[in-house]
Design a protein around this ligand. Structure first.
Ligand code: SAM
Length: 328
């Protein structure tokens, strides 16, 4: 993510639909830019000390997305997937993922964490990505094809209404997405519903350590840039507990200092002096929680027919025919 992608400042979004529309427009534009730069660039390996992007020179460094994946982790993952990375952590590096498990990535974007998960769970496991933005789903499908991944499926839908059956997922990951939702309580409820008993919530997100000034919370550029909508630590833990999760915890992975805060404010129309109010109060964190219940059992992924019935289609695919296994 670059600060240049952010919209001009506007008042805070109010309804869930308005928030989704604004977020979708912003990430649709980002996906198109990434697709364009991937098509023209030939230097898409992660440059040391950079955000991994090799696009236009107008891009500015972003403290949230910079330097999240190490080279070893990225071996065998298409460079284009890293180019499309917009997260704030590396959930697959911190989550425990086992052979044969089913993983779901909420807000999968260009698909980097889905591809990394797919490698970890192996051919007997399955990795789903869920995203609402068509352009992101298109990027993700291209990256899936480049990676030659066979245990990966990208679903279109909202993280507030996950198009998967209850009790079918072993691990939920997500990377810098829950902060963007206009109904975080519903996201936690849905995560709890689809997880199997004993299933794990293992999510990277931007989190506020102490309250932020209203002028920052109300800035739409900073909302779509993953800051204004971020939950406070205590709110995140309370929502997880309310949804039914056990042992919720948050591990800080990067705390933003004044220079980072100043970079975040660029292009938002807000005065740089506000960086003093953000510094040390906003962090990237790794959130863990468990759905109570017995030991995790092997899950049977839902059939294509079930997915269609639940409203999920893989990327642009919307029909159901015998070739895509609907006839089971
Ligand atoms: C900051 S990007 C992160 C993408 C990806 N997780 C990564 O690390 O590169 C946010 C993504 O979440 C998706 N998104 C945001 N809100 C969503 C929602 N309510 N339902 C589904 N997808 C959503 C956007 O379309 C976008 O692809």
């Amino acid at each position: 993510m670059t600060t240049d992608d952010r919209f001009n400042p506007a008042s805070a979004p109010s309804t869930l639909d308005e928030i989704r529309a604004t977020v979708k427009a912003r990430y649709g534009a980002t996906a198109r830019r990434v697709a364009d730069s991937a098509a023209t660039a030939s230097c898409c390996g992660p440059a040391e000390g950079s955000s991994g992007c090799c696009g236009g020179t107008s891009e500015s460094w972003d403290p949230i997305t910079a330097d999240l994946y190490d080279a070893g982790e990225m071996a065998g993952i298409p460079a284009e997937a890293l180019l499309a990375s917009l997260g704030c952590g590396s959930p697959t590096a911190l989550a425990e993922l086992r052979e044969g498990e089913t993983v779901l990535d909420l807000g999968s974007g260009g698909g980097i964490d889905v591809l990394l998960s797919a490698r970890r769970v192996g051919p007997t496991g399955k990795a789903y990505g869920l995203d609402m933005t068509d352009e992101m789903l298109a990027l993700a499908l291209d990256n899936k094809a480049r990676a030659g991944a066979t245990n990966v499926e990208f679903l279109k839908g909202h993280i507030e209404a996950i198009p998967l059956p209850s009790n079918t997922v072993d691990v939920i990951i997500s990377n810098c997405v829950i902060n963007l939702s206009g109904d975080k309580r519903q996201v936690m409820r849905e995560a709890f519903r689809v997880l199997a008993p004993g299933g794990r919530f293992a999510v990277s997100d931007v989190i506020v350590r102490e309250g932020l000034p209203d002028v920052i919370k109300e800035n739409m550029s900073l909302w779509t840039g993953c800051v204004s909508g971020a939950l406070e630590e205590s709110e995140f833990l309370a929502l997880l507990t309310e949804a039914g999760f056990e042992n919720p915890s948050i591990e800080p992975t990067r705390i933003y200092d004044r220079a980072d805060a100043s970079a975040l404010l660029k292009g938002t129309g807000l005065d740089d002096s506000l960086a003093d109010e953000i510094a040390g109060r906003v962090m990237s964190g790794f959130v863990r929680a468990t759905k109570p219940g017995g030991t995790v059992r092997p899950t049977t992924p839902p059939s294509a027919r079930e997915l269609v019935a639940l409203g999920a289609t893989e990327g642009a695919r919307s029909s159901c025919g015998c070739d895509d296994d609907c006839c089971r």
